[in-house]
Ligand binder design. Structure first.
Ligand code: MRU
Length: 344
């Protein structure tokens, strides 16, 4: 159920297809595109029409439904083999968010076991995950808001809201819940260079939901913390290692260091599908590097001699810099040194 402070949904299954809000165009244009193939969904993930770890995972699950539909029509006997190339295309779309691989593995396990027409059952599964994700976000929202209590202010980074999930959001879910309880205080959002998820998406989403927010340049975060205006940094995650090390949008690590220096607390909010139990520490997380053009444009349209840019789009915050990891299964305080085993 949506409400006055929760009105945005970026992803919808309707009329036998997946509809995605094109996030590259926000806030200027609000437009949904229709996707009927797994290649189309993979391209939407790669080009960041849909982005944010949980949203990528759910979109991939719908992508598998589209692939199964096509392959099953194509060849009733061989569809389980044929579909492997579609899974590979989806898996190759972006490397860091583990929710993508989690969703593909779970879908594979289900279609291996299915009897008869697989499409209705797999669609049911994807729809159920989508709903479960929203329910998990609401639960995390309440737990996180309780932790925050009556702080003077919160700072978030990137967009970990409705746009980045099935709905409601992880970090923005906590901020949304805190706002609805009249707690949390003033909300600050970083611009989040270079793709500007904070400026273009978080501000827009909060504006739609009538939640006032203040934008800061990424480089203003230290000065903001020093002023005493925020007590918590609240962020999402793309992949969390078993020890609590957390990959999230580039700049999160710097915010965690600044937070520790200024006595500000650091909260990571993520569903347990974002935890990669196969890796012990963040060392093993692949960090996506995107085109230098994301940084160089619009100043150096075609690069040029002697001009280059390095564009890693995620970083890893070590668990000792994190005060709380909020999941739908519970809150882990000070994950270092025990890790996340209590929410396994
Ligand atoms: O490159 P993006 O926009 O996909 O990066 C998104 C983030 O880093 C989010 O903080 C993370 O995926 C959590 S979204 C609930």
């Amino acid at each position: 159920m949506m409400s006055e402070h929760d009105t945005v949904r970026a992803m919808q299954w309707r009329d036998d297809a997946l509809y995605l809000l094109d996030q590259r165009k926000l806030p200027e244009r609000v437009g949904y595109e229709r996707f009927e193939t797994a290649e189309g969904v993979a391209e939407a993930i790669r080009s960041m029409r849909v982005r944010g770890a949980p949203a990528i995972g759910i979109a991939a699950a719908y992508g598998v439904v589209l692939a199964v539909r096509r392959r099953y029509q194509e060849n009733l006997q061989q569809w389980r083999t044929l579909i492997e190339q579609d899974l590979q295309t989806l898996a190759a779309s972006r490397p860091t968010a583990v929710n993508l691989f989690w969703a593909l593995e779970r879908m594979r396990a289900h279609f291996q076991a299915v009897n008869g027409d697989p499409v209705p059952q797999l669609l049911q599964l994807a729809l159920q995950w989508h709903e479960d994700d929203i329910a998990a976000n609401r639960r995390m929202g309440e737990s996180g808001a309780r932790l925050i209590g009556g702080s003077k202010g919160l700072l978030t980074h990137c967009n970990a809201g409705s746009l980045a999930t099935g709905g409601y959001g992880t970090a923005l879910g906590v901020i949304r819940s805190a706002y609805c309880r009249r707690g949390g205080g003033k909300i600050f959002a970083t611009e989040t260079r270079p793709w500007l998820q904070g400026a273009r998406l978080t501000l827009w989403e909060l504006q739609q939901d009538k939640i006032p927010a203040t934008l800061i340049a990424d480089s203003a975060a230290g000065w903001l913390m020093r002023s005493g205006a925020v007590q918590w940094v609240v962020v999402g995650a793309d992949r969390i290692a078993a020890n609590g090390d957390t990959a999230n949008k580039i700049g999160t690590y710097a915010l965690a260091l600044l937070a520790r220096r200024h006595g500000v607390k650091m909260m990571v909010v993520a569903p347990t599908s974002t935890i990669d139990w196969q890796i012990d520490t963040g060392e093993a997380i692949e960090i996506e590097e995107r085109s230098p053009n994301e940084l160089l444009m619009p100043y150096y349209q075609d690069g040029g001699e002697g001009i280059d840019a390095w564009n890693p789009v995620f970083d890893v915050t070590p668990s000792e810099l994190i005060d709380a990891i909020v999941t739908e299964k519970g809150v882990v305080m000070n994950p270092e040194p025990q890790g996340l085993s209590m929410v396994k």
